[in-house]
Design a protein. Structure first.
Length: 219
């Protein structure tokens, strides 16, 4: 990795973190100069980061207007969850034996901690969102198919933004969601795979409904 490429990667990660932490809010406009000043980086790495963020649909570039932090629209949520509801239960049903039991127990412990917390900070919510992403990614990756794994990875950042938006409005939903994950994991560990798949499908359906509901009030 060259120094130039390294700075571009740093700029990309820093801007993405600001978006995921809701410090750059959906619908907010910024310009290249503001980002350079904010990050303390030069024009080239920031510009390259902007192009990568636009490619990943985290920002939208408007000529002569600036850079808009992308809004997560109901159609995007529908499309993401439509695919997930179709493929995740099927992958789990076929490849559940490929899941590492130690990793499942680690996921369970993280969800258990979240479900028993009275309050969750924004950082707690972001960490929980990452655990959520990694759990579902583990299910999809159990198939060993690079294309389904890559597809799921394209969803991860948007899912994190969705969850951080939901968390700002409903910590209670995060606790319920954590319990849903625990039930799915317990069913996998006891070999009740039909039950696990049914609970996974229901969990995804509820998550979709809650995400759409929250965004309707947010935007």
């Amino acid at each position: 990795m060259t120094h130039k490429t390294g700075l571009s990667t740093i700029a990309y990660q820093q801007i993405k973190t600001l978006i995921l932490e809701n410090k750059l809010k959906p619908g907010q406009f910024v310009n290249e100069a503001q980002l350079q000043e904010l990050l303390g980086l030069g024009r080239t790495p920031v510009r390259e980061a902007i192009l990568q963020l636009a490619e990943n649909e985290l920002i939208t570039i408007h000529p002569r207007k600036g850079i808009e932090i992308s809004r997560i629209m109901p159609k995007s949520i529908h499309d993401i969850f439509q695919v997930r509801i179709l493929i995740e239960p099927e992958i789990l049903h076929t490849y559940f034996k490929e899941l590492d039991k130690k990793h499942l127990m680690e996921f369970r412990a993280s969800f258990q901690k979240a479900s028993s917390s009275d309050t969750l900070s924004l950082q707690d919510c972001i960490r929980l969102a990452d655990t959520d992403n990694q759990f579902h990614l583990a299910i999809v990756s159990s198939m060993g198919n690079q294309y389904t794994t890559r597809l799921m990875n394209t969803f991860v950042d948007k899912l994190t933004i969705i969850r951080s938006t939901v968390s700002a409005h409903s910590v209670g939903r995060l606790c319920i969601s954590s319990n849903e994950h625990i039930e799915i994991i317990d069913s996998i560990l006891t070999g009740e795979i039909d039950t696990a798949c049914m609970k996974l499908k229901k969990h995804l359906e509820i998550s979709y409904e809650e995400a759409v509901k929250t965004l309707m009030y947010t935007y």
